[in-house]
Design a protein around this ligand. Structure first.
Ligand SMILES: [Zn+2]
Length: 193
């Protein structure tokens, strides 16, 4: 009887010791402790997509063009940006991220960062693409007749890097009567005056 009692006690002790060894450690810092001044741990870097640095250039185009090969552009542009900016693609209507953007600020070429439009010339054209009635400076965009389709259209490019931004039509509002119909993916917006 005594032996059985001893054996049972030993078994229970062993189970307790083993489970203590294998039980998960208490968490090092609870959410409340992190909020109380401890640095928030940085997430694992390998799952974070690298965001390309783009330097924004305000003001009128100074005439210094940027030229890159397709391979060089592919390294810095996303597949969608490359398709639109370098292959004259057009994003689907109502799909662009800047269509409904009503914030005050400037729109830059998403390939080279040159300022091309301002929020004060943006308007709702009901076409499904961000629309402006004038560029920020006439010098900052290049307009070219595009004969890719049977219908002749005027293509709008960034004057500095030649990136395709969209097209311009003559059915816009006053004071210009023009509609610069742009692709969101060809533009980067920055808030400001
Ligand atoms: Zn550009």
């Amino acid at each position: 009887m005594r032996y059985i009692l001893f054996a049972t006690t030993l078994t229970l002790f062993t189970i307790a010791a083993v489970s203590a060894l294998f039980s998960p450690l208490p968490s090092v810092a609870s959410g409340a402790e992190i909020g109380a001044g401890r640095p928030v741990p940085t997430p694992a870097k390998k799952s974070v997509k690298t965001i390309r640095e783009l330097t924004f250039t305000d003001g009128e185009f100074d005439g210094n063009a940027i030229t890159k090969t397709d391979d060089e552009w592919k390294k810095v542009l996303t597949a969608t940006e490359f398709y639109i900016l370098r292959q004259e693609g057009t994003e689907k209507p109502y799909s662009g991220s800047l269509l409904k953007n009503k914030k005050k600020g400037s729109y830059y070429c998403s390939a080279c960062g040159l300022a091309v439009f301002k929020s004060d010339a943006k308007y709702e054209s009901d076409t499904g693409w961000p629309s402006f009635f004038k560029p920020i400076y006439k010098k900052n965009v290049t307009e070219k007749v595009d004969k890719n389709l049977s219908e002749e259209r005027t293509e709008v490019e960034c004057a500095r890097c030649g990136g395709h931004l969209g097209h311009v039509f003559d059915d816009g509002p006053q004071p210009t009567g023009l509609r610069y119909c742009m692709n969101s993916a060809a533009l980067k917006f920055k808030s400001g005056r």
